[in-house]
Ligand binder design. Sequence first.
Ligand SMILES: Cc1cc2nc3c(=O)[nH]c(=O)nc-3n(C[C@H](O)[C@H](O)[C@H](O)COP(=O)(O)OP(=O)(O)OC[C@H]3O[C@@H](n4cnc5c(N)ncnc54)[C@H](O)[C@@H]3O)c2cc1C
Length: 297
Amino acid sequence: MKAAPFEHHEPTTVDEAVSLLASVDEATVLAGGQSQVPLMRFRLSTPETVVDINGIEELNYVREADGHLRIGALTRHADVEESDLVADRYGSFADAAPEIGDPQIRNRGTVAGSIAQADPKGDWGSVVLAHDGELVARGPDGRRTIPADEFFLFPYETDLAGDELLTEVRVPAAREREGSAYRKLKRKVGDYAMAGVATRVILDGDGTIETAGIGLTSVDLTNSRAAEAEAVLEGEAPSADVFREAAEAAREECNPETDEHGDAEYKRRMVGVLTQRALADAVERAGIPVERGRAAQ
Ligand SMILES: Cc1cc2nc3c(=O)[nH]c(=O)nc-3n(C[C@H](O)[C@H](O)[C@H](O)COP(=O)(O)OP(=O)(O)OC[C@H]3O[C@@H](n4cnc5c(N)ncnc54)[C@H](O)[C@@H]3O)c2cc1C
């Protein structure tokens, strides 16, 4: 099927895109098109106007500035995959990027587009939640910053207004004793996650876990945060026992459903396994060798 007729605009600046979104009804942003184009072709989305942001070069960057890792809205999954900065300092981002779809999808799809799409099976939402990240949006009333914790409302629904453009995804810059990881279980290469777990830990001077972040993929109505598991970790010395206790908490607080990707109880168990692995990886990347221990039951 072909998409319903629409007007196609190609702004080259953020200002132009924002004023277009404000001036027309029924406008949709087009980034990598990996989710939006199929929806239009099946006529599940029939926008009158498409604001195509692929010509806005100022939105294409991955950099550290002013205390944040900043990812512009035109940054493709492949740009993150190929970034030396990410490979050196942001383990969870480096783990997640090559796990997304296949090379064609990673070459076109954007990190911000994936987050705006708010598919609970999307990988980036969990990573940004684990890092206490923020989403930067521009609209007719100016710029606002939305904590990731407040961004995902329902499946495919976010706090972003129809006339707002997501311009940047950002997380606090990695500290010296910080490590992060992402572990994803999928049925085969190229699939969405059956379950995924993003972790981030910051250790204090004596190796105690000062801050812990855990984001979950595909096991709730939205990408979600395992707050009780985080609380188990904070103030504790990293150990196989503590990871197991946190994994049990994450397993209890997730809400998976049985679907074509797997059985709910199996997904719940996998959340436990992936949480333990991703915590051990994050702590190791923060500079402390860890004992891995047996899996949570
Ligand atoms: C076969 C297949 C496999 C996939 N596998 C995975 C996977 O394993 N993991 C995963 O995480 N994702 C996966 N994806 C999704 C992929 O990551 C898409 O790139 C992503 O969902 C959408 O990003 P996009 O840049 O293509 O956005 P688009 O398709 O262009 O847009 C998606 C939505 O976001 C909105 N939007 C986009 N950018 C902005 C912006 N800057 N401001 C406001 N709104 C915006 C659009 O209006 C639209 O509603 C897969 C997709 C396909 C087709």
